[in-house]
Design a protein around this ligand. Structure first.
Ligand SMILES: [Fe+2]
Length: 405
């Protein structure tokens, strides 16, 4: 193999890619294997496959100049793609001449950002703080700060992301203010029934929320295959006696179940549960496991609604297994652990990550005063997108800065 040189050390080679995992060397040391390489950056060997590097080239002919989108058709990369020559310099980065004749450069900053080792992936994961058994109220953020400054809005978005809930205080008590708030952050997720839901005492309402009785903590719209992942609840007035808000960290409850009864956890990951919510002219129905995991095995979507669960249609031998698991988890949720109970005030806007946090309320006396809130749904993706824009992370980091738009 011929190697290009600057004034940088020449790469060494190994016969097996598995040997790349144990590479040690001075900063910038580069080792080439048959189908991958390792380079020491920040004192740690970082491994990258050739096909991955070639696919992520930012050389001009590989990208759409005006947008940075990939022009290189991934399937066209030869199976035997490999460097003809390669070098690494802490300033210039990784320079490769590929055996298809193309040349590409990968800056150190880009290699750090996209390092796909388990350690790097773990470091990039957003922290999630599960609630303790003695959960306090969600953090509060003044409306003027959330909508008036990037820092204020970021603090609110970060809180919802990390804690699963936040309260915006001092929101004008105007009808549909919650919809205007949602549109300042992102977009309303529309579902059946109303774009803006009114929750108040209504003897003809289609949902238990319209009664003055206790509303056990639940997640909304489990009757959709993808339930809304953010819920905004705006208290226009809350003058009735009782009616305290209750929130439960569902992920914390599930973590307890997973720790103490992993077989119950597995059951709830496996057995689908039908849910339905309907009115005279709407009907929503979906059947999914209560716990859905991401590709790392972490809880991604949790749905829990005692009132909307429909008759289980599982194999005979699964039914009692399911009930044992479900009742175990429901007892954890109902135990008071991981639950925050507090009285919401006029102008409070409660935000919950509703694939995680359950909401409910204590009973109230409708004769004692008015209680009226309006709520809309959004998607967690909107919060992630807004956060990335405010942090300036939405612009791509080109691998090859000198050839970008
Ligand atoms: Fe609800």
């Amino acid at each position: 193999m011929s190697l290009v040189g600057h004034d940088t050390p020449q790469p060494t080679t190994v016969d097996r890619d598995t040997d790349l995992g144990s590479v040690v060397g001075p900063e910038g040391a580069l080792v080439l294997g048959p189908r991958a390489l390792a380079v020491v950056i920040d004192g740690r060997a970082r491994r990258f496959h050739y096909v991955w590097l070639r696919d992520n080239s930012w050389a001009g002919e590989d990208r759409v100049a005006q947008s940075g989108e990939r022009k290189l058709f991934t399937a066209s990369i030869a199976d035997g793609i490999a460097p003809t020559s390669a070098s690494y310099d802490p300033n210039a980065g990784l320079e490769i001449l590929w055996n298809d004749g193309r040349a590409a450069t990968y800056s150190p900053a880009w290699l750090r950002r996209y390092d796909y080792s388990p350690a790097a992936r773990a470091a990039r994961r957003s922290p999630v703080t599960l609630w303790s058994a003695a959960a306090g109220e969600p953090p509060r953020f003044p409306h003027d700060e959330v909508l008036g400054s990037a820092e204020g809005q970021l603090a609110y978005l970060d809180a919802v992301r990390e804690h699963g809930a936040a309260i915006v205080t001092g929101v004008p008590c105007e009808h549909h203010e919650v919809e205007r708030f949602a549109e300042r952050i992102g977009h309303v997720r529309e579902v059946a029934f109303e774009r803006v839901h009114n929750v108040r005492h209504d003897p003809a309402g289609y949902n238990v929320a319209h009664t003055p009785g206790e509303l056990k903590p639940h997640t909304d719209m489990p009757s959709y295959n993808w339930p809304p992942s953010i819920q905004l609840l705006h208290f226009l007035t809350n003058q009735a006696t009782g009616g305290e808000s209750t929130l439960v960290d569902g992920w914390a409850a599930v973590a307890e179940l997973r720790r103490d009864a992993p077989e119950h956890f597995d059951t709830l990951v496996r057995v689908p549960v039908p849910y339905q919510l309907f009115s005279d002219d709407e009907d929503t129905w979906a059947e999914n496991p209560m716990i859905q995991l991401d590709t790392d095995g972490q809880v991604r979507l949790f749905r829990f609604s005692n009132q909307l669960a429909q008759p289980l249609a599982a194999p005979f031998e699964e039914v009692e297994v399911f009930y044992a698991a479900y009742r175990h988890l429901a007892r954890i949720i109902d135990s008071g652990r991981y639950r925050a109970t507090f009285k919401s005030s006029d102008g409070d806007l409660l935000t919950v990550h509703s694939h995680r946090v359950l909401h409910g309320r204590m009973p109230y006396d409708p004769a004692s005063g008015a209680r009226h809130l309006q709520d809309v749904y959004m998607e967690f993706d909107d919060f992630t997108a807004r956060r990335r824009v405010l942090r300036g992370e939405h612009q791509p980091l080109p691998a090859q800065p000198q050839e970008t738009r």
